[in-house]
Ligand binder design. Structure first.
Ligand code: SAM
Length: 281
C-alpha cells in the first residue's frame, strides 16, 4: 500500500476510464510497480515533477508517495480528471492538473526548479517530447532528469553505442548532452491493455554542458546527412555539406570510407567544429 486511495482497477471502473487506443492508453495498474518507476526518477524530495499523460494516476501516486514537492500533470483525456482530483485531495497543494495536449502546453510557468520529468506516454508523443527536451535553445535545460517509458526498441536506440544497428541520431542527441541508461524493462502484461511489444524505462540526467563542444545546428546537419544514408560511406553521404569534405573527415580522424554507424560521438563533434570553421574561413 503506497497510499490510502482506492486500487486503480476500482478508480478506472468508478470513472469509466476504459482505455482508448487513439490516445495510446496502456495503463499501469500495479501501484508497487508505479512506485518502483517513480523511485528511478531519483530523489524527488524538494523537486517539482512534470508528469505527462498521468491517465488514472498510477505513476502520479508513485511520484507523490516518493515525496515529490509538487507534481504538475498534463493529461489530454478529460475523463481522467475526476480520478486525478481525488489524488489532489489526498495530497493537498501538491498536485496540479492541466487538461490538454502536452505538445501544445508550456509547463514552465507552473514549475519551480529543481525540476524532474517523469512519464509513461504514447511512444510517438514521448519521442517528440524527448527530442524537444534535448534541444532547448540554451543548455543546461530547465529539467535535471527525465524518466520516460518507451517501447524497448526505442529505449535501445537512445542508449545505443557505435557499431550497433540501434545506433543513430537519437543516441547521439541523447548522449551528447545527457547521461542515458535503461533502468527497467517491462513485459507487455505489465500494462492494461497489454501492448504488442516490451517496454523499457530510460533515465536521462542532464549534463552541465555538452560532452564535447559543437554547434548544435551543424552537429544535426552532420548526423542527419550521415544517418539518412547510413549504408553509404561518409565521403558520399556528407558530400553536400562542403566541397572539401574528405579533407575535413580526415582532419577529424574519420576515414572517409567509414559509415556513420561506426563513428563515435566525439568524432562527430570534432567534424562539426571543423565544418563550421571551414565554412566561416
Ligand atoms: N501514466 C498512466 C499510466 O502509467 O498508467 C497512463 C499511461 S498511457 C500509456 C498514456 C497517457 O497519456 C494516457 O492517459 C493518454 O490519455 C495521455 N496522452 C496521450 N497523448 C497525450 C498528449 N499529447 N498530451 C498529454 N497526455 C497525453
Amino acid at each position: 500500500m503506497i497510499d490510502n486511495l482506492p486500487p486503480l482497477r476500482e478508480v478506472i471502473a468508478a470513472h469509466e476510464l476504459s482505455a482508448k487506443k487513439q490516445l495510446g492508453q496502456n495503463f499501469l495498474l500495479d501501484l508497487n510497480l508505479t512506485h518502483k518507476i517513480a523511485r528511478q526518477a531519483g530523489d524527488l524530495t524538494g523537486c517539482d515533477v512534470l508528469e505527462v499523460g498521468p491517465g488514472p494516476g498510477g505513476l502520479t501516486r508513485g511520484l507523490l508517495a516518493c515525496g515529490a514537492r509538487h507534481v504538475l500533470a498534463i493529461e489530454k483525456d478529460p475523463r481522467a480528471l475526476p480520478a486525478l482530483e481525488q489524488i489532489a485531495a489526498a495530497y493537498p497543494g501538491r498536485l496540479t492538473v492541466i487538461t490538454g495536449d502536452a505538445l501544445a502546453i508550456d509547463p514552465l510557468a507552473h514549475l519551480t526548479p529543481p525540476i524532474r520529468i517523469a512519464a509513461n506516454l504514447p511512444y510517438n508523443v514521448g519521442t517528440e517530447l524527448l527530442i524537444r527536451w534535448l534541444t532547448p535553445r540554451d543548455w543546461p535545460p530547465f529539467w535535471q532528469s527525465l524518466t520516460l517509458m518507451f517501447q524497448k526498441e526505442v529505449a535501445e536506440r537512445i542508449v545505443a553505442k557505435p557499431g550497433s544497428k540501434a545506433y543513430g541520431r537519437l543516441a547521439l542527441l541523447a548522449q551528447w548532452r545527457a547521461e542515458a541508461r535503461i533502468v527497467m524493462t517491462l513485459p507487455p502484461e505489465a500494462f492494461t491493455p497489454a501492448p504488442k511489444v516490451h517496454s523499457a524505462v530510460v533515465h536521462l540526467t542532464a549534463l552541465p554542458e555538452p560532452r564535447f563542444p559543437a554547434d548544435p545546428a551543424v552537429l544535426t546537419q552532420v548526423t542527419s546527412a550521415g544517418f539518412n544514408q547510413r549504408r553509404k560511406m561518409l565521403r558520399a553521404s556528407l558530400r553536400g555539406l562542403h566541397p572539401q569534405i574528405e579533407g575535413l573527415l580526415e582532419g577529424a580522424g574519420i576515414p572517409p570510407t567509414a559509415r556513420a554507424e561506426e563513428i563515435e560521438l566525439e568524432r562527430f563533434c570534432t567534424l562539426a567544429r571543423a565544418l563550421k570553421a571551414a565554412r566561416e574561413a
